[in-house]
Design a protein around this ligand. Structure first.
Ligand code: ADP
Ligand code: MG
Length: 335
């Protein structure tokens, strides 16, 4: 069935059936606006992200459930990057009239599944018809006033850390865009893993909240556009410089494999690829052991990749004994 046969109200009803009632949702879907209960003393944290067909995803490639997952995951990652706890979501859809109901239903299945895992309640949205598929999600979260962390708090001497491995999402995209080649069957495992990281990113909400609750960090960001870009954002906001050591950057085995088999530059995948949705943070060196232990208890790996420097020293990458400027766009100075 196509959505034009079902109509706007029929569609909204189908998509929102799975939204369970909850104490903090005083008025949910069905009225002109949602009425939500916030925890007394907490600050409200809000963020929106939009995904446009052909720009952010290819409709005939991305699994529909993954599209719903990713739509929410990228906003949850923004909550993580503030140290906030996500609570509520509103989803707006612009849909071509001939969109299959099953497709959009599957998008919502993926979304509801991740929302349940993170305790997020879908409380509203909007549905319109358009010539192109566009999905927009607003997430609302909470944070205790002392606990949120900005990009601007990094100080010279702080260590720079990242969670997890980098480059697997970019490797997945590279595999998706490469034409299939039977000779590459040996890479099936890592290829599948990369494609999974590209389509099913896991936002690092728990470790961010734990670190922020412990007051360990001076600055925090999530890696949506690539490590090079995010380090630059922290340094610009903090009026600081930085030095990163290439040999300490946790390269995903998926990225190494894709680089070899698809003839890609491994550093391009790890520094500029983006969509890893890992955390990038800065903290004083004497807080590192607590931060590492806290992350380990949550099953999250932490790597120290560099140090914050005075602004005048610039933002540098040390690689193979050479030092070059790491711009927002990446490291092409090494090319
Ligand atoms: P209004 O005319 O006030 O904009 P709508 O008819 O658009 O109301 O929406 C009816 C209800 O369904 C509202 O509670 C709205 O938040 C919700 N809603 C509409 N579209 C979506 C969607 N795509 N996902 C979730 N909730 C939606
Ligand atoms: Mg409306």
């Amino acid at each position: 069935m196509r959505i034009k046969e079902l109509g706007e109200f029929g569609l909204i009803e189908r998509l929102t059936q799975a939204a369970a009632s909850r104490d903090d949702v005083v008025v949910g879907i069905g009225d002109d606006a949602a009425v939500l209960r916030v925890t007394p003393g907490s600050l409200l944290v809000a963020s929106s992200d939009m995904l446009v067909e052909g720009v952010h995803f290819l409709k005939d490639r991305i699994p529909a459930r993954a599209l719903g997952h990713k739509l929410l995951a990228i906003s949850l990652s923004d909550m993580a990057a503030m140290g906030a706890t996500p609570k509520f979501a509103l989803v707006s859809l612009a849909l071509p009239q001939d969109t299959e109901v099953e497709f959009i239903q599957n998008v919502y299945d993926g979304l509801h599944c991740l929302a349940d895992r993170f305790g997020v309640s879908l409380v509203g949205g909007d549905t319109v018809s358009a010539s192109q598929l566009v999905l927009d999600l607003t997430v609302l979260g909470e944070v205790v006033p002392d606990n949120y962390r900005l990009r601007s708090g990094a100080r010279s001497g702080d260590l720079i850390i990242v969670t997890g491995d980098l480059g697997s999402s970019a490797a997945g995209l590279a595999w998706e865009l490469a034409s299939p080649d039977p000779d590459r069957a040996s890479a099936a495992n890592l290829r599948e893993q990369s494609i999974r990281s590209h389509y099913w990113p896991e936002p690092q909400v728990a470790v961010a909240r734990a670190w922020c609750g412990q007051g360990l960090l001076t600055a925090l960001n999530d890696i949506s556009d690539g490590l090079a870009s995010e380090v630059n954002e922290i340094c610009t906001a903090s009026k600081a410089g930085a030095v990163l050591y290439a040999d300490q950057i946790p390269i995903s085995p998926c990225a190494s494999e894709a680089a070899t088999l698809l003839d890609k530059d491994i550093w391009e995948l790890c520094l500029n690829g983006g969509e890893d949705y890992q955390l990038l943070a800065t903290l004083p060196g004497d807080q590192l052991s607590v931060a590492t232990r806290t992350a380990a208890e949550l099953g999250v790996k932490v790597s120290v990749i560099g140090e914050i420097k005075p602004e005048a020293e610039g933002i540098m990458l040390v690689k193979g004994g050479r030092t070059a400027t790491l711009s927002k766009a990446g490291y092409d100075h090494f090319a």
